[in-house]
Design a protein around this ligand. Structure first.
Ligand code: UDP
Length: 455
């Protein structure tokens, strides 16, 4: 059957970097299958220009004007959710009378009400999960009451269907209640509010990585892993217009990073990034800085603008011969560079999957949300890294531990084992998105169904 460019899909992420990136890459994959794809950004976020010509972009009003900010997540979410349903409906309405009525909306799973907007216009709804299936399964088990965290937390380990044995510290903290983040907690758990009604559930993961838990999930809902959503040039054959992420909320210091890496020996550099949101406290920054210094390895450290006052005095000056500190990096280019031998990561799902798919061994230093669970899988299930131990007394990771973990990952027997496993997963990740691979098949099947329904 001939696929038609007239089958039009909207792709709509919540405006944070870790959600924009995978959904934007997924949009490009769909466009490569000859669909018309419009990627929606929101008025509050100043994204860099879309460098891709294979997809269109539209910006809708989200309760904030460009550059207007709210530092309170609860206030942001409340204003966002009171404006977006209307703006989104107006956009779909605009297309209804055009050559390209909207056939399906692929929306961020934490915005489940988009399904109601889609239905109003007779469109399909596909929920896109930006975290992995294991974490979502844990959230689901907490949501439906099957996962109960007991009072004596540290004595407890959890045996859950199709998951490895987990200890309390391996669970995403939200399964234990909202803590100080009620609004974010509510969003996370809202993912399941209408899950039975959704037409497709997409996950940025791949079947081979999480086969048992995907099978478990697929017995309940139409679960489709479609990842890793990494630009094709890093994985398989290069698709048209697919050279980088494209839309970024931060401006990467690309030349400085790449020139600096080009001058280093293969596998010699430690890359450190805590993603777009996590914030370390000042004591933790100091321990990390001292650990890097005493490791004697070259390092490339992303310290966002909002964080750089926490660096120890004179650190940049004192380490200028061994390291480079930047405000934002072109992370995929960095991870794909031959000089990088280790990634100290907060274990955000995108960073985890990017490192795993590009074969970079990790030191897992999780902070919150899904990161502790991702760290457990990195160290004990996929065996592509080690996880730092938090000092019992200080409650942070001390410099000796940082130095020890870098050594384990980059040297000796453990390092060799981790590198071998990393190569294995890199190959499997490429195969999943390559033509006929498990993720590619799921995308093809979705496209065929949509096109069929358009005829
Ligand atoms: N990233 C980047 N440059 C940086 C740091 C991060 O391009 O200096 C990208 C990274 O490749 C990933 C995203 O930002 O795609 C961060 O998402 P992740 O899920 O790892 O963490 P979050 O920011 O959501 O905590």
């Amino acid at each position: 059957m001939e696929k038609k460019k007239s089958t039009h899909i909207l792709v709509f992420p919540f405006p944070i970097q870790g959600h924009i990136n995978p959904m934007l890459q997924f949009s490009k994959r769909l466009a490569s299958k000859n669909l018309k794809v419009t990627f929606i950004t929101s008025s509050s976020s100043s994204v860099t220009e879309n460098s891709s010509t294979c997809i269109d972009t539209e910006t809708i009003y989200d309760g904030f004007n460009k550059g207007e900010k709210s530092t309170d997540p609860a206030e942001f979410i409340a204003r966002y959710e009171s404006s977006v349903p209307k703006s989104l409906a107006e956009l779909i309405e605009k297309y209804s009378s055009s050559e390209y009525p909207v056939k399906c909306i692929v929306y961020d799973s934490i915005l489940p009400w988009v399904l109601d907007v889609a239905r109003k216009f007779g469109a399909f709804g596909a929920s896109f999960f930006t975290q992995n299936v294991a974490v979502c399964a844990l959230y689901y088990l907490a949501f439906d009451g099957s996962l109960k965290v007991p009072v004596e937390k540290d004595k407890m380990s959890f045996l859950l269907p199709s998951l490895p044995e987990l200890e309390f510290n391996d669970l995403p903290p939200f399964v234990n209640g909202p803590g100080a983040y009620r609004a974010i907690y509510d969003m996370v758990f809202s993912q399941f509010s209408n899950i039975d009604d959704v037409d497709w559930l997409f996950w940025n993961t791949f079947y081979e990585l999480e086969d048992e838990i995907v099978n478990w999930m697929a017995r309940k809902w139409p679960t489709k892993p479609i990842g890793p959503t990494i630009p094709s040039m890093f994985l398989d054959k290069q698709l048209e217009d697919d050279k980088d992420y494209g839309l970024s909320l931060f401006k990467p210091n690309s030349d400085a990073c790449m020139n600096w890496l080009n001058a280093k020996e293969p596998n010699s550099v430690v890359y450190i990034s805590f993603g777009s949101l996590a914030a370390l406290n000042e004591d933790q920054m100091t321990e990390l800085a001292c650990g890097l210094k005493s490791s004697k390895k070259g390092f490339l450290w992303v310290v966002r603008e909002s964080e750089d006052k926490k660096l120890p005095d004179n650190f940049i000056e004192e380490t200028k011969d061994m390291g480079l500190v930047v405000k934002w990096s072109p992370q995929l280019d960095v991870l794909a560079h031959k000089s990088v031998g280790c990634f100290i990561t907060h274990c955000g799902w995108n960073s985890t999957l990017e490192a795993l798919s590009l074969g970079v061994p990790m030191v897992a230093m999780p902070q919150w949300t899904d990161q502790p669970t991702n760290a457990k899988f990195i160290a004990d299930v996929w065996k592509v890294g080690v996880r730092v131990k938090v000092d019992d007394e200080k409650g942070i990771v001390v410099k000796e531990e940082i130095e020890r973990c870098i050594g384990e990952v980059m040297e000796g027997e453990t390092g060799n084992r981790i590198r071998k496993n990393s190569e294995k997963w890199k190959k499997l990740a490429c195969e999943a998105v390559d033509e006929g691979g498990s993720s590619d098949k799921n995308i093809e099947e979705f496209v065929s169904k949509l096109v069929c329904n358009s005829n």
